[in-house]
Each structure stands twice: as C-alpha cells, then as structure tokens.
Ligand binder design. Structure first.
Ligand SMILES: Nc1ncnc2c1ncn2[C@@H]1O[C@H](COP(=O)(O)OP(=O)(O)OP(=O)(O)O)[C@@H](O)[C@H]1O
Ligand SMILES: [Mg+2]
Length: 287
C-alpha cells in the first residue's frame, strides 16, 4: 500500500446478481495528481472497476477506502466521496438545450442542499463554472447551447463540469471514444494537464493503446476481471499489450508480465496474504 495514495482498493471483487464475476479480487492504489489509464478488451471489467470507485456498484468482496474519509461502505462516506469525485462519460450526459455554462454549473449542485438547488446558484458558483470553462478553452462559448457545439467541445464541457466539482478524483469511462483521433488527443491532453497541475487523481478507461502510452503516468491492464499488468506508460511493451488483449480464459502472467509486475512503487495485484473476504450479498447496487 502506498502511503501518499488517496484511494485504495483492497481485495475488491464484483460478482453481479446474474452470477457474472466481473472483477476477481484486485488490489490497487491511486495517488493525487496521477493519471492512470485502464486498458483491456471489451468485458475485461474496466467500467465495473470505475463504478466501484464511485459507489455505483458495491463490491461483493474486499473494500474501497478513501484517505481521510474511510471505507466507502461506511455511513456518510460515499456522499462526501461523490462530491469530491468528478465523472466524465463517453456520452457526455449534457443537456443540449442549455448553455455550456449552465451545464457546467450542475457540477456545483453537490455543494448545496436539495432545496437550495431550486434557486439560481450564487455568483461564486457561476465564477467557478466560468473558470472551469476557461480551463478547457471554452470561456467564449459559455453562453452557447451545448447542441450547437462540436463533439470535442461538448466533451470539454463535460470535463469542465467535472472540474466544477473541485474534485480530488476524476473517473472517466472511455471519455474520448466518440471523438476523431485529433480531438481525442486534445481532450485527453487537457484533462491530463489539468489533473497534473491541480493534483487531481484520474482513473480513465481507454481503448486506444497509443493514447494510453502518450498520456498515462501508469497503465493498468485488465483481462477477464483481473489486473494482468501494472506499469509506467513508458514500460508498456508489445508483449504486454498482447497479454492484455489476448484475454485468455484463465489469465496467467506471461514471462513478460512477471518481469514488469508489480509496477514501481505501486501496490501489488496479488491477493493479500491470509485474505479470504467473506462474500457479501452478491451484486448489491447502490441506487
Ligand atoms: N449490470 C451488470 N449486470 C450483469 N453483468 C454485468 C453488468 N455490467 C457488466 N456486466 C458484465 O461484467 C463484465 C465486465 O463488464 P464491464 O462493463 O465492466 O467491461 P468493460 O471492460 O468496461 O467493457 P467495455 O470495454 O465493452 O466497456 C462483462 O462480462 C459484462 O457483461
Ligand atoms: Mg466499459
């Protein structure tokens, strides 16, 4: 376990109610300011892992612990954690008929009580939202309806909305999947630079290996619900990429993987000694 990490997952596994074991027990940690990319074939478990980090799926084994807050399963912790966690989606989930600024402002709602959100948000929140749009180079489009923006610009509004939460953590599930290669690189670069500068931990799932190499600090390779690689991006060899995408039925580390794992100063993936977490109620989904 790394001391400076802000988020720890320990022996965490997920079996969905239909019996699919989407995640076998994994142990990982994420540091402030670190840009971590999850790679893996379709069905490898990337989205499930991301959902566990935001409490959208409750692990059926093991735990997620947030530094300074405690375990996500403890009362009250999830609410605080979610407020500090920005989400960026493939389909940005913006409201097309509203201006970019109004969409970004929704990132501030978690800072207000439900009744207060019925009224226009305070000027201070509007300033934060505007600053976030400025961060992603869209201040001059603040009053433009989102459905009049390009795909890349919309995705940047999505990033700005996540930043408006003043997050400690950003989770992004295939945030650039629907963009052309150039816009994808641009959006990822912006996201990475902001996270690095502001000390925000980022966990991002991608299907593009080249983008992972270019922008990640660390790459976590997944296959069949297990972590099969955990390396600094410069160490992602062809053999390792093959290992991640070959996705054998029962993944066994190849010599190339064994040489590299566990990654430098990051937690080992192996199940913890003596660990035999009791299966909880399977697949309890948190609404
Ligand atoms: N809500 C669910 N209920 C049951 N099974 C699920 C559910 N969500 C995902 N799964 C299954 O869990 C496994 C992992 O799915 P997951 O969505 O995490 O993969 P992924 O790596 O994100 O794939 P992709 O790259 O296609 O998005 C798959 O076998 C999938 O069918
Ligand atoms: Mg997915």
């Amino acid at each position: 376990m790394i001391e400076e990490a802000m988020l720890h997952i320990t022996g965490m596994g997920v079996t969905y109610p239909n019996g699919v074991q989407a995640l076998k027990p994994i142990t990982l940690a994420f540091r402030p300011g670190e840009f971590v990319v999850l790679l893996g074939r379709s069905g490898a478990g990337k989205s499930t892992l991301l959902r566990c980090l935001n409490g959208l799926v409750a692990p059926t084994e093991g735990e997620v612990r947030v530094d300074g807050l405690g375990r996500l399963s403890e009362p009250g912790v999830l609410r605080h954690h979610r407020r500090r966690t920005g989400m960026v989606f493939q389909h940005h989930h913006l409201i097309g008929r509203l201006a970019a600024l109004s969409n970004v402002l929704t990132g501030r709602l978690g800072y207000h009580s439900p009744w207060r959100t019925l009224l226009p948000l305070p000027r201070a929140d509007r300033l934060v939202a505007l600053e976030c749009l400025d961060h992603v180079g869209l201040k001059d489009r603040a009053l433009t309806r989102v459905d009049e923006l390009s795909g890349g610009q919309r995705q940047r509004v999505g990033v700005a909305r996540a930043l408006a939460q003043e997050p400690a953590l950003i989770l992004a599930d295939e945030p650039v999947a629907s963009l052309d290669p150039e816009s994808a690189a641009e959006v990822l670069k912006q996201l990475r630079d902001i996270c690095t500068a502001d000390g925000i931990a980022a966990v991002v799932s991608l299907h593009q290996v080249d983008l992972a190499r270019r922008f990640a600090d660390r790459i976590v390779g997944m296959a069949n619900g297990s972590v099969v690689a955990e390396v600094a991006s410069g160490e992602l060899s062809k053999a390792l990429v093959d290992e991640i995408y070959r996705a054998p039925a029962a993944p066994a580390p190849s010599p190339a993987v064994s040489r590299i794992r566990p990654g430098p100063a990051v937690s080992a993936q192996a199940k913890l000694p003596g660990e035999n977490p009791k299966a909880k109620k399977p697949g309890v989904l948190i609404p």
